[in-house]
Design a binder for this molecule. Structure first.
Ligand SMILES: Nc1ncnc2c1ncn2[C@@H]1O[C@H](COP(=O)(O)OP(=O)(O)OP(=O)(O)O)[C@@H](O)[C@H]1O
Length: 298
């Protein structure tokens, strides 16, 4: 089906119509000074009527969801129903795909993430992402890996503050005790589960307000999975977390909120039901949710 959103409501269509904007000037921040690099408190993320396309193929249709501050929200549903696309729209990664377009709004504590006046690097810093496959920079040391995100988002930190930031980020990611004596060792030399926690530490080092996690444990063994789940539970005290998972037990263990995505054959993905995780698993209102969480399809 052709995109139905009028061109004026599609942020990419508007933004991609003209010449590419000049690259943003880097922020020059120091840990001790600017308030913007201090922990900014918990933030709520709100998606309002999100539709998405790859070229003319519509993959999401008017999806709205509130992801409450300080909670873990799990996105569940069968393969291909648009969960990852939705996640990537939340921090503006969707627009990296040349054929991609979207309509709708994403609000971080009420502020439009797609506001043209807002820097793209700011959106990516506020809303970090951890991927399915651990992707540390293998030739960089553990320390350099943790600090790598600062450069990418244009944040300057003094040398003394860097040590503190490395320890703080690795501690929050649940990895500090295992690596504190070998911060100069290569990131690629860690186990898969440690590499994923290193990636979490790298995301945390820029002090995001939201952490998006796209099946972060699917490449890991059960023990590493359990450690990451514990880390998530700790982190949710200070960072709002949104996780895509195919593992229903994991969704039940780690999340307080849950959204069930589904795409009927040939139709774009929608949210069939969302709410608190206990109700979604214990007393689902829609029979399709009941069938999915009961393991009858997907
Ligand atoms: N880069 C892309 N180009 C074209 N189509 C894409 C692209 N990425 C995803 N799609 C399509 O968008 C739809 C939704 O994909 P998406 O990955 O968001 O689903 P998902 O629910 O996360 O699936 P899974 O659980 O298998 O990861 C699918 O039909 C997919 O083929």
């Amino acid at each position: 089906m052709a995109p139905v959103a009028p061109a004026g409501t599609n942020p990419f269509a508007v933004r991609h119509a003209g010449p590419p904007p000049a690259p943003p000037a880097p922020h020059r921040h120091d840990l001790g000074r600017p308030p913007s690099f201090e922990p900014q408190g918990l933030a709520e993320l709100q998606a309002q009527s999100i539709s998405a396309w790859f070229a003319r193929h519509q993959v999401l249709d008017r999806v709205s969801l509130t992801m409450p501050a300080g909670q873990v929200t799990a996105l569940i549903g069968p393969s291909g129903c648009g969960k990852s696309t939705f996640l990537r729209i939340l921090n503006r990664m969707h627009e990296l795909v040349p054929s991609a377009s979207m309509a709708g709004e994403v609000l971080l504590d009420g502020q439009d993430v797609y506001d043209p006046a807002r820097k793209l690097t700011q959106a990516r810093r506020d809303i970090g992402m951890v991927f399915q496959k651990p992707n540390p920079f293998p030739a960089m040391s553990i320390r350099e890996n943790v600090l790598a995100g600062l450069k990418l988002t244009g944040v300057r930190v003094s040398s003394s503050a860097k040590d503190q930031l490395v320890e703080e980020s690795l501690t929050k990611a649940g990895l500090w005790r295992e690596v504190r004596d070998r911060l100069g060792a290569l990131g690629g030399g860690l186990s898969g589960g440690q590499q994923q926690r290193l990636c979490i530490a790298r995301s945390l080092a820029v002090r995001p307000r939201v952490l998006l996690m796209d099946e972060p444990c699917s490449a890991l063994d059960p023990t590493s999975t359990r450690v990451i789940e514990e880390t998530m539970t700790e982190l949710a005290r200070e960072v709002t977390i949104v996780i895509v998972t195919h593992n229903m037990q994991q969704a039940a263990r780690v999340s307080q909120q849950c959204a069930f995505f589904l795409a009927a054959e040939g139709a774009p993905g929608v949210i069939v039901e969302h709410g608190d995780t206990g109700s979604m698993f214990g007393d689902p209102q829609d029979e399709r949710t009941a069938a999915y969480v009961g393991g009858h399809f997907g």
